[in-house]
Design a protein around this ligand. Structure first.
Ligand SMILES: [Zn+2]
Length: 421
């Protein structure tokens, strides 16, 4: 599990690469597009696109970030009838997507870091060993490099398809407004969800950290800007841990609004309310460090009082979500006491927000979540929320400890004061 110890640098040769050795900003040259786009008629009928990149060989015995996480989610989706097989046409699983292009990764990470990862992973493949490369501990195996490219590729494939669906929907809406014929895209724009690992939001530009290899959400944000011209990107991170890697990438960028709700004081120790971005990016980083035990109502209040008004003021072109599930009461790594139903609300709320603000362009991706049952239930409930269907949460909330209501109010007031909300 992530410790509070200061993370060791990635191997020395890489650590000297500098935090900003790579191009940032929306104006850099486009990178290569994903090779996978669904046919227009499939996009028009879909309500939710999902993709799996489970990295089965990126595994370490006894580690919380284990290969069983993705199968656990898939079992829960299967049990809830939330799969392509159970709901053909409505839920669509993207298959055969390519790994991310190197240029998409190096838009966020230093080339030196990427090359070092590939070299170490190849070495692990040769000797069949799993190597701990950072103290949280972050590990890598012979498949890790390939898996990390594939996880980012999964998110990119979703971005491409969600953007294509939104453009198709705009055209259909325009043409149906000017004629009496019905729209072929009456179902709206499908959201995307990547069930992918290794996770990414702690990963820094020049090193791995906190179980994370590539910053999948950061890669997707830069890709959306450069490939699709979506200048204003909103990233919401509801993992129980602060998304320090994402914050690090975008802290001086006014075009990416990063909002992280997390348990204050938990790993990695960053994410204080006063961290608001730097330079031109000042104000485009919003941290909501909730107190331990804050619970379901606190997250909904944070949404209503901070996240939603900040998003409306920012006017995003696309919404990306670092969807971690370790804020669940059953999770072993932290203690925010969310319920599976909390993630149902969040799924519904973020879908409504994307529909309202940016033509429904919404892509979510897996970060943490380490209790396998809670993880599966919570992702299934996110799907249900996005689809606008009732929650499925058998848990009795009376079993939880009382929430520190006054402390929560203080945190939210502080965030509103700092950001003028
Ligand atoms: Zn986490």
């Amino acid at each position: 599990m992530p410790s509070t110890a200061v993370a060791r640098a990635w191997p020395q040769a890489c650590a000297a690469g500098g935090r900003r050795a790579v191009a940032t900003g929306a104006s850099a040259r486009p990178v290569v597009a994903s090779a996978l786009l669904l046919p227009p008629q499939e996009l028009a009928g879909a309500r939710l696109l999902y993709v799996t990149a489970g990295a089965p060989a990126h595994d370490y015995p006894g580690h919380a970030e284990c290969a069983e996480r993705v199968p656990a989610i898939l079992r829960a989706l299967e049990a809830g009838g939330l799969t392509e097989g159970a709901r053909p046409g409505e839920l669509v699983q993207l298959r055969g997507f390519p790994p991310a292009e190197r240029a998409a990764i190096t838009a966020v990470h230093s080339p030196k870091y990427v090359a070092t990862l590939e070299k170490l992973s190849a070495h692990s493949a040769d000797c069949g060993e799993t190597r701990v490369v950072e103290s949280s501990p972050t590990y890598l195996t012979g498949s890790t490099s390939r898996d990390a490219f594939l996880a980012a590729g999964a998110v990119i494939a979703l971005v491409d398809n969600v953007v294509a669906a939104s453009r198709q929907h705009e055209v259909a809406t325009d043409s149906s407004a000017s004629s009496t014929s019905s729209s072929s895209s009456a179902g709206g724009v499908p959201a995307g969800f990547a069930i992918c690992r290794p996770p990414g939001h702690h990963s820094l530009p020049s090193r791995a950290m906190g179980f994370c290899i590539f910053g999948n959400v950061a890669v997707a944000a830069r890709y959306a800007q450069r490939q699709h011209g979506l200048k204003q990107v909103l990233i919401i991170d509801w993992d129980v841990h602060h998304g320090n890697g994402t914050q690090d990438v975008f802290e001086s960028d006014p075009d990416v609004l990063f909002i992280s709700s997390h348990q204050g004081g938990a790993y990695p120790g960053t994410g204080k309310a006063g961290e608001v971005g730097v330079g031109d990016g000042e104000g485009a980083t919003i941290n909501i460090p909730l107190p331990g035990g804050a619970g379901h109502d606190a997250m909904l209040a944070a949404w209503e009082e901070v996240i939603e008004p900040a998003a409306r003021r920012f006017k995003p072109d696309i919404v990306l979500v670092s969807a971690g599930y370790d804020a669940h009461w059953a999770d072993p790594l932290a203690g925010l006491q969310f319920r599976s139903a909390t993630f149902h609300h969040l799924g519904a709320l973020v879908k409504a927000l994307a529909d309202e603000l940016c033509g429904g362009r919404l892509v979510m991706l897996l970060e943490g979540g380490y209790d396998l049952q809670a993880l599966g239930d919570s992702v299934a409930n996110t799907f249900l929320g996005v689809l606008g269907e009732p929650a499925s949460d058998p848990f009795d909330p009376k079993l939880l400890a009382e929430a520190p209501v006054e402390k929560v109010q203080k945190v939210l007031l502080e965030a509103r004061r700092i950001h003028g909300l």
